[in-house]
Structure formats: C-alpha cells, structure tokens
Design a protein around this ligand. Structure first.
Ligand code: 13P
Ligand code: SF4
Length: 357
C-alpha cells in the first residue's frame, strides 16, 4: 500500500542518512518528489550532483540522460542510480550517434574543416542536455558544448564567438526558439534531413545557415497549440501565458513568456498580485505549482492531461527498492558512462558550466 511504501522509503532514507542523496526533477510525481533532497530543473540537478561528492550514492529520480550527466559530474567512486532503467527520453533517443556522425561527415564536405580568416570554425556542435552521453562526447570532441533550456542563449553566444555556424541537437524547437530570439532569420535555420542527407539538404541553404537544426522534439511539449492559448485568453482576458521553449515556435511566439521549468516556477513565485497563469509544460509541475500557490489560478494549457510518460516510470516502489538494496550493500540500476565517452562529454559539460551570460 501507499502507507507501507512511504514507511519503507522513509526508514531506508533515515538509515542511509548522508550516504545517499536523492535528486528529483520537477516533472516527477509528488509521491516521488517528497523524498528528494534536491528538486530542480536539469541544470540545477546537474550542479547538485557535482556539489554532493561526499555522498556514496546519488539516486536520480528523473530520466536516463540526467543520470548519465550526474555520473559525468560526480566523483568516480560515487554510484549514480536510476530507480527504473526504463525511464528514458524519447527526444534524447531521436539523435542516434551513427546518424550524427554521418551528418557531421556530410557537413564537413560542404564546409571544410579549417577555420576561416577570422579564426572561426565553420560549425560548432551544441547539444541540449536532453541527449545521450555519447552525443555529449561527440560534441566535446568537436569543440562543442552542452546547453539546457535555462542557458541556451548564453551557450549559443559562446558558440558564435568560436564558429560561423551552430549544429544544434536534438530539439529543433529549443534551437529554433533560441536562435529566433537572437535575431536569426528562419531562412538561416535549415532542418537537417537525415534520410536524404545532401539530396535533402541543399548546399546553398547550408552555406547561408547560422543554425542547422536536428529534427528531434519533445512529445510532451509538441502537443501545445496556439488554439489552446487563444482559448485561455478568451476565457481569462488577464491570463499570463508561460510556456517551455521545447514548445513549437508559433506557441512560444503566442505566449507572453517562455522559459525553463525553473523560470516558470520563479515567475509564479515572484507574482505579487493574484494572477491567472496558463502554463505550457508537463502536468506534474503545473499541478504542484497550482497546489503551492493557492492565491493564483494556475492551469495547464493542454486540457487533456499531458504527463511525461517516461518521467512517470519512476514509481515510489522502485525508489524503495533501490534504497533498501543500498542498505544491504547492493548497488542496483547503476548508470555509468564509459571512459572513452566520459572524457569529451565532461569537457562539453564543463564548458557549459563555465560559460558566462
Ligand atoms: P528543464 O528541466 O531544463 O526545464 O527541461 C525540461 C525537460 O524536458 C526535462 O526533460
Ligand atoms: Fe524527454 Fe520531453 Fe520527457 Fe523531458 S518532458 S524527459 S524532453 S520526453
């Protein structure tokens, strides 16, 4: 039962004490978030993992790429545990490393590998945090960098200080929305077509490109529409619409603001007057914010509930299981990134952590 599980998790956590740190992403369900020592967005949880090098184990209540990132940033002897190994991310899965290598080879044929007269590389690869460690490693090996939804703009500035163009993985929407906010025109953001590489990607367009976008997307955020925003405005003329930058560009354009999960949380916390907020992001976070701020009216733009199905795979039962196993001296569901990938992937992450706005 719920009570039994609750008691088991509490008892195991109490016995483990400082030996274990539990991290929980904002999109985790409340039954899991209540046990997290740190709750945050993907950037904050990466820094929390880096900061807690004293703990023997990091239990990551989130998805696979986040646990990999925690492994890259934690101490070698620390174990990073993903309570359910089936908690992946469909967006991260959309950037297969073989396709990425092929794309890079083709781009090198078009651009050449040498820097131009100003010393700028022809193209710098940038990957969203929401990607597998091997893609972060690829990016690190080619002079590139990682970004999250909270620092994408800063990271693109970093990249344009070093290269003429950016190849952005895997989320086309975050890439397009960020580049557009920087004043880059849509005609300078071709979408890479992996099925018909050079045939489907006209060389002239590629020469003129500023940001070449990979074709990935988030299945949760792509569901939001401008019709939902129109309806929210019709029903609540004073509504403040805030969406995540993983939403399609027309949705971001129609919203009042766009920002990462932590941006959304802070915007609500900063509102002094009772306000109506329509939010375009995952439902667990929206419902929690609504419960925490009863003075405001907060609802999700999508009337059909939209949880992230893979985040949801972290059930409290798995949390109890991994914590109790730790108590018995057994590390289960450990996530480790192989040495050859880890080194360049860490480099790409460290570049992000050092990039200044
Ligand atoms: P942030 O936590 O960076 O806002 O990302 C949202 C998300 O989709 C995580 O999977
Ligand atoms: Fe991946 Fe989207 Fe779920 Fe985030 S919300 S973990 S990007 S599928």
């Amino acid at each position: 039962s719920r009570e039994e599980l609750d008691a088991r998790i509490r008892a195991a956590k109490a016995q483990l004490g400082e030996r274990v740190v539990v991290l929980g992403h904002f999109y985790q369900r409340d039954e899991v978030v209540q046990y997290a020592d740190y709750v945050g967005d993907s950037f904050q949880l990466a820094t929390a993992a880096k900061a807690r090098r004293d703990a023997e184990a990091i239990v990551f209540c989130g998805v696979h790429f986040m646990a990999e990132t925690a492994d890259l940033l934690s101490a070698p002897e620390q174990a990073v545990i993903l309570p359910n190994l089936a908690a992946g991310c469909s967006m991260a899965d959309m950037a297969d490393i073989d396709q990425v290598e092929e794309c890079w080879e083709q781009l090198m044929e078009v651009y050449g590998e040498e820097p131009d007269a100003d010393g700028l590389a022809p193209i710098i690869p940038v990957t969203y945090m929401n990607s597998a460690a091997d893609l972060k490693g690829f990016v690190g090996r080619h002079g590139g960098i990682v970004c999250t939804s909270s620092n994408a703009r800063t990271v693109l500035d970093w990249a344009f200080a070093r290269g003429r163009r950016v190849l952005f993985f895997p989320d086309q929407h975050l890439g397009r929305n960020t580049a557009k906010a920087m004043g880059i025109g849509l005609e300078q953001m071709p979408l890479w077509n992996p099925r018909r590489p050079l045939g489907g990607n006209d060389e002239r367009t590629l020469q003129d490109a500023k940001v070449v976008l990979w074709h990935g997307f988030c299945s949760v955020h792509k569901r939001f529409t401008t019709a939902q925003i129109d309806q929210a405005r019709a029903e609540h003329p004073d509504v403040r619409v805030i969406v995540h930058p993983e939403c399609p560009m027309p949705v971001v354009d129609a919203a009042d603001e766009a920002g990462s999960t932590d941006y959304i949380r802070k915007a609500i916390e900063a509102a002094e007057e009772p306000t109506t907020f329509a939010i375009g992001t995952e439902i667990n976070l929206v419902q929690r914010l609504a419960a925490q701020h009863p003075q405001h009216t907060i609802f999700c733009l999508d009337p059909v509930v939209c949880p992230c199905s893979t985040m949801y795979r972290i059930h409290p039962g798995y949390l109890a299981w991994v914590l109790e196993s730790l108590l018995e001296g057994e590390v289960i569901n450990r996530i480790t990134v192989g040495q050859d990938v880890a080194e360049p992937a860490r480099l790409a992450l460290e570049r992000m952590l050092a990039a200044k706005p």
